[in-house]
Design a protein around this ligand. Structure first.
Ligand code: 6R9
Length: 806
């Protein structure tokens, strides 16, 4: 709650903060910060208690305060795994907080009854009762006077909760009410039309995982059928469908065209300035074949790496599929990375060609991409060709013999290019991702397993029906989410998707909702950061649009806080759409842990359970023993088809990073997770130093090395600070050269320098000047202390900087 009072009267700000602190407890891996959050919660509750006493027991103010206190206690009980907290649970957690005077004892009995009613009668029960009444023709609204989420029953078809957009106080109340709801079962309407409703699916896959994956793989077109499923003879170098042959671009395009779906729209593309292009499967097929031929003409051969540095335009899909067609692994670099970062990724992957653009449009401005690329690529030995898509039409320098325009190449190319069958284990792409060192990891994905993993999960996690759905994954193709669920998954499944070139606030803040309405999007998949951004902008934007086409929502990339989850559920999904919180990684290639929307009752903030065919465990950090309930390290205990095969040119690092801690059969994820009493998994966060800003993975070491490259800097350390909007933000501790004093000018210079070197996404939020970085006796930077300082938790401790803390 951002405001310090409600119409019920003044509420101490610390009591409001207590609620946030409690929510924070769910996602924080750090023991110190959990303690700090608990302390905040306790202070808030104490203040609340004093305020409650002052307010007496019979005013509106008192009701507001008491309600908050009970809500906070209920939340705490729920964090502990109590589904529907009762009075005793509240008393117990209250006592556990070390509070001297149990709050419930001072409450007016009548108020207590009202409040307990809130806790006890779950909104869910009310909804069910309402649905039952609606079904039996009795449309009288149910729920007491405090029930903001009462059934709107003007017409029979609207007789379901939240069909109308809510706003203002009504929305606030509804969100608060739902905060107490532990689980969200799939809406009946959704289940009635869902593809996956067979509760035995998990069990069947568990009995015979190989059979399960083989069945999924057979949905693809194989030029040579496979006879083996997973080859585990040389762990952790697993092979999938090893003796099969297939072509990814054939699976994404040709077979749909051959089946008569050539005129189906693959992408409704929306440009920044309102342009629209419908890209059909037939059109994709034409361009992909021509570009594949053109690349071959340029001398690109099977196995050569081709870089792709393009904005969200249809050509990026054509580029990826043309590479796949001829067996040239693509290496896509996110358009937001700076040319220097592109250079590094081209250099280490020894890319032979790069497909890029004249300029990229960014909120009404044009960034001259090609000119910057030329500057960065100047002396790359392996890079022989640069193909330039004319997108903005800006003047573009071209080097003779090296550069060619995409449209000219296509026009001159032979229109037919047969898809060459590739070995199932032929590399499909490399995608660089940040690890805990400054050197990005080249994650290698191969063909048959990856396509199986992404098409299967795209099908059942999103309950996809290509005949009726319009799917929209808002992720940029430069990230794994874009690869798997903007390109390969949807195309393999013959889906129709939306692709949007721009930012969610350009040309205006309702553009996403406008596009959903315009294209009748049925499934929308985005990140928690984007949802929080939309929350900040306000409900007036989504509420101004007809979002009734939506039937399923998804999130990925970072933990979602329950408040954002509920906002997404109520404001965007209008309480009709299940939300799939999908956990996975660049390395896993495919979604691994997620609800099945027609089957799983979801809990806000939890990614639920491993998908069918996936085996995950939470293990004790020290012993490796399985943790039945509680927190531990998340591991994957069985290979899966979409898994990475190695790190490009670095098998050792592959083994060391993922398969050494618990042996070559247990994949170390790098996340901590909690398994609750129902077996639901709650991802807590990374166990390494990796930072996630707006769901995008960054390595502190990468940012540190960019900062240190600035001539005025002597030393730097980078840590994450939690951020309400972006999940985490980058904070840098910098020691300047010699006698230099930190000024706002140098601060600006350094931040700009990082954006130049890596990209906007890495620009530090804040710089702290320090004479010396705190180190342990063995010389390790004390990052935990830096994090505490960044979070404002350890200001008094700076004098102890050079002492090891424990
Ligand atoms: C797809 C993607 C992977 C890391 C992962 C974890 C975090 C991803 C999440 C999530 C909580 C989810 N993560 N999904 N945390 N809930 N649903 O994001 O890949 O960029 O490689 O990041 O992201 O920490 O280990 P990638």
């Amino acid at each position: 709650m951002a405001e310090g009072s409600t119409r019920d009267g003044p509420i101490p700000p610390s009591l409001l903060a207590a609620e946030e602190a409690l929510l924070g407890l769910r996602h924080d891996p750090d023991a110190d910060s959990r303690r700090a959050n608990l302390a905040l919660a306790q202070r808030g509750l104490d203040d609340g208690r004093i305020a409650a006493k002052t307010a007496g027991t019979d005013s509106r103010a008192a009701l507001g305060i008491h309600t908050r206190i009970v809500d906070a206690l209920a939340l705490l009980a729920r964090i502990e795994g109590v589904a529907t907290p009762q009075r005793d649970d509240l008393l117990r957690v209250d006592q556990q907080l070390g509070v001297v005077e149990p709050i419930l004892e001072i409450l007016d009995p009548e108020l207590l009854a009202t409040i307990q009613e809130r806790v006890r009668v779950s909104p869910l029960a009310r909804q069910l009762a309402a649905l039952r009444r609606a079904a039996s023709g009795d449309l009288t609204p149910v729920g007491g006077p405090s029930s903001a989420g009462k059934i709107r029953s003007k017409a029979g078809r609207e007789a379901r909760p939240g069909a109308q957009p809510l706003a203002g106080e009504e929305l606030e109340r509804r969100l608060e009410e739902l905060l107490l709801q532990d689980r969200f079962p799939p809406p009946r309407e959704f289940v009635a039309r869902s593809r996956v409703t067979d509760a035995s699916l998990h069990a069947r896959a568990e009995l015979d995982p190989d059979g399960f994956w083989a069945e999924q793989a057979r949905e693809l077109h194989w030029d040579q059928p496979f006879t083996t499923v997973v080859d585990e003879s040389n762990p952790p170098f697993y092979k999938w469908f090893g003796d099969g042959k297939l072509n990814a671009s054939y699976n994404c395009i040709d077979r749909h065209v051959e089946a008569g779906h050539g005129e189906r729209v693959a992408f409704h593309w929306a440009g920044e300035e309102g342009e629209y292009r419908a890209v059909t499967y037939a059109a994709l097929s034409r361009d992909v074949q021509r570009l594949a031929n053109a690349l071959e003409q340029l001398g690109v051969r099977k196995g050569d790496v081709v870089g792709v540095y393009l904005p969200m335009i249809p050509e990026v899909v054509v580029a990826m599929l043309a590479c796949a067609r001829i067996g040239a692994p693509h290496n896509v670099v996110f358009g937001g990375f700076a040319p220097e970062a592109v250079r590094e990724r081209m250099r280490v992957s020894q890319a032979k060609a790069l497909i890029t653009v004249d300029g990229a449009r960014r909120k009404g401005k044009i960034a001259p991409v090609k000119a910057a690329v030329d500057e960065a690529m100047r002396d790359l030995r392996w890079l022989e060709h640069v193909v330039v898509v004319r997108h903005t039409g800006i003047e573009t320098p071209m080097s003779d013999g090296r550069d060619a325009f995409y449209d000219e190449l296509l026009a001159a190319a032979d229109p037919d290019c047969a898809a060459e069958p590739m070995d199932s284990e032929h590399p499909l792409f490399i995608l660089y991702s940040s690890g805990s060192t400054a050197k990005p990891k080249g994650i290698v994905h191969t063909t048959g397993g990856y396509l199986t993993g992404v098409s299967a999960t795209h099908g059942y996690v999103f309950d996809l029906d290509p005949e009726r759905d319009v799917f929209w994954c808002s992720a940029d193709v430069g990230w794994i989410t874009g690869h798997s669920y903007s390109v390969y998954g949807p195309l393999c499944n013959g889906a129709t998707s939306v692709m949007f070139e721009g930012a969610p606030d350009y040309p205006h803040r309702a553009i996403w909702w406008e596009l959903i309405e315009r294209h009748g999007v049925t499934i929308f998949y985005t990140s928690p950061t984007a949802i929080r951004l939309c929350m900040k902008w306000g409900v007036q934007h989504p509420n101004a649009h007809d979002l009734s086409s939506l039937r399923l929502l998804g999130t990925e990339g970072e933990p979602i806080n329950p408040k954002a989850w509920l906002w997404y559920h109520v404001v965007v999904g209008r309480e009709r759409c299940p939300i799939v919180d999908t956990w996975w990684q660049t390395e896993t290639g495919q979604i691994m842990i997620a609800p099945l929307p027609g089957l799983t009752a979801t809990k806000p903030g939890s990614a639920a359970q491993p998908l069918p065919g996936v085996a995950a465990d939470v293990v004790d950090e020290a012993t490796g023993a399985s943790v039945e309930h509680g927190q531990g390290l998340l591991v994957l205990t069985r290979p899966w088809p979409g898994m990475l095969r190695t790190l490009y040119d670095d098998d050792d690092r592959y083994v060391r990073t993922y398969w050494s801690r618990f042996g070559s059969h247990t994949y170390l994820v790098g996340d901590a997770a909690i398994r609750d009493k129902d077996g639901y998994l709650w991802i807590v966060g990374r166990i390494d130093e990796t930072i996630k800003v707006a769901g995008q993975r960054l390595s502190p070491a990468e940012v540190e090395s960019a900062i240190v490259a600035h001539p005025k800097v002597a030393e730097a350390a980078v840590v994450a600070q939690s951020d309400e909007l972006t999940g985490q933000a980058i904070v840098a501790f910098v020691t300047l050269q010699g006698q230099l004093e930190g000024t706002s000018e140098i601060d600006g210079e350094i931040r700009e320098h990082v954006a130049d070197q890596i990209g906007e996404l890495a620009r530090p939020r804040r710089i702290f000047w320090t004479d010396e970085l705190p180190r342990t006796r063995s010389g390790k930077i004390m990052r935990r202390l830096l994090r505490d300082i960044a979070e404002g938790r350890a200001l008094g401790q700076v004098t102890k900087l050079r002492e090891p803390r424990r």
